[in-house]
Design a protein around this ligand. Structure first.
Ligand code: ADP
Ligand code: ASP
Ligand code: MG
Length: 409
């Protein structure tokens, strides 16, 4: 008998029929002899709908009230799933994040889990019930409702699996596993039977939203075993595993795409100590998250600083930078939305050369202009026009032969 945490995402619980389907799967798992904790998301579209509603009553809703509102999405699903399980003759108990003992810091809408005291979860499990926990939410020490950032039910599941010492955390979603690229963007994408924590983490943080990146970080740190698989069939999914020596041969495991990016250039910046600090301090104070940063070689005592950010933060960034540009005597400020980031990820990049050349060559042949480039040990990322991102992803996927699975040396 094993102890399992099963997480079902928004599409998997998107309507009453699907909730009944999940109820049957959970009961079957329990009848097969396992103890099960189920974590669920809000029904698909519900979180987005609540955010929209909030903005219809207020131009700038407070983050505290946003959390109180958004937490209702998951709360609806836990009750419905518990009722569905009950109707099928098994026993289930639903728990909110707070009841499940999830304590977070006080950063509303982006809270971090501080600790979990799974007393109620363990009590109900010992009692033979299926325990259903609301994903994405927690409570501060002071009793305030918090949420864990978009996609945060993945984090709830991984963190509970760690806290109760589960044998496995199963992330059930609307695709069969983690693919070489988002199959909605690249139809020839192939399911990966396994990948390392580090590769999964890079792919998630570079835009592959199949897993929330913070949840992967947590799993890696605490060694939580997890798999990603479909809630609609029994096909084997993708296991996330510790790196093995043979993985060094995997040059490219997958390809990630992140849309809705923007680029800002502060032009003709006087090349003297402190100017970059002034620019990025102003952005940090406004809580604008910066991704890539490029500074040109200085010419005539002046340089350009460009950086990328989420398009949603662009207006705020421009607003805080305008006075800074004047203050430091820079030449101007240029902003551009409609850009996207395309990245290739693989552990073997550490020890194999030629990946950058192959990527740039493939984009060049497609007539796709590269606006910025960054690299890390196991990834190369480029910024391109958003309009060409689907074409670029398909070309790159083909250039590395990823329709056969990972590209190995
Ligand atoms: P859930 O609601 O179950 O949490 P998400 O919508 O958050 O599901 O994540 C699943 C989606 O992630 C898929 O439908 C797919 O379009 C997208 N996705 C992005 N990159 C990948 C990838 N590399 N492999 C599989 N799915 C991916
Ligand atoms: N319901 C939340 C969201 O849509 C959390 C989740 O689904 O994981 O982001
Ligand atoms: Mg998700």
């Amino acid at each position: 008998m094993s102890l399992l945490v099963q997480k079902y995402g928004g599409t998997s619980v998107g309507n009453p029929e699907r909730i009944r389907h999940v109820a049957r799967r959970v009961i079957d798992t329990q009848r097969a002899g396992h103890r099960v904790v189920t974590v669920v998301s809000a029904m698909s579209g519900v979180t987005d709908g609540l955010i929209k509603l909030a903005h219809e009553v207020s131009p700038d809703p407070t983050e505290r009230e946003m959390d109180v509102l958004l937490a209702t999405g998951e709360q609806t699903t836990i009750a419905l799933l518990a009722m569905a399980i009950d109707a099928l003759g098994a026993r289930a108990v639903s728990l909110t994040g707070a009841q499940a003992g999830i304590v977070t810091d006080g950063v509303h809408t982006q809270a971090k889990i501080a600790n979990i005291t799974p007393k109620q979860i363990l009590h109900h499990l010992d009692d033979g019930a299926v325990v259903i926990v609301a994903g994405f939410q927690g409570q501060t020490m002071q009793g305030q409702v918090t949420t864990l950032g978009r996609g945060g039910s993945d984090l709830t599941a991984i963190a509970i699996a760690s806290a109760i010492g589960a044998d496995l955390c199963q992330i059930f979603t609307d695709v069969d596993g983690v693919y070489t690229c988002d199959p909605r963007l690249v139809p020839t994408a192939r399911k990966l039977p396994e990948l390392s924590y580090e590769e999964m983490l890079e792919m998630a943080s570079l835009g592959s939203k199949v897993m929330q990146s913070r949840s992967v970080e947590f799993a890696k740190k605490f060694g939580v075993r997890f798999e990603v698989r479909s809630s609609f069939n029994d096909n084997p999914g993708t296991m996330i595993i510790d790196e093995t020596p043979s993985m060094e041969n995997v040059v490219i495991r997958g390809l990630s795409v992140e849309k809705n990016q923007a680029k800002v250039t502060v032009g003709a910046v006087p090349d003297r100590p402190g100017t970059a600090a002034r620019v990025f301090n102003a952005l940090a104070e406004a809580r604008v998250v910066i991704d890539m940063i490029v500074q040109n070689v200085s010419a005539n005592g002046q340089t350009d600083i460009s950086f990328t950010l989420n398009k949603a933060d662009l207006a705020r960034a421009e607003e805080v930078l305008r006075p800074v540009v004047a203050e430091i005597g820079a030449g101007g400020l240029a902003a551009r939305g409609e850009i996207a980031k395309l990245s290739v990820v693989g552990i073997g990049m550490r020890s194999h050369s030629g990946v950058a050349a192959k990527l740039f060559d493939c984009l060049a042949r497609g007539g796709i202009n590269i606006q910025m480039i960054t690299t890390s040990e196991i990834k190369i990322a480029v910024i391109i026009d958003e309009a060409s991102v689907a074409e670029a992803a398909n070309l790159t996927h083909a250039a590395f032969g990823l329709e056969q699975g990972a590209y190995t040396a």
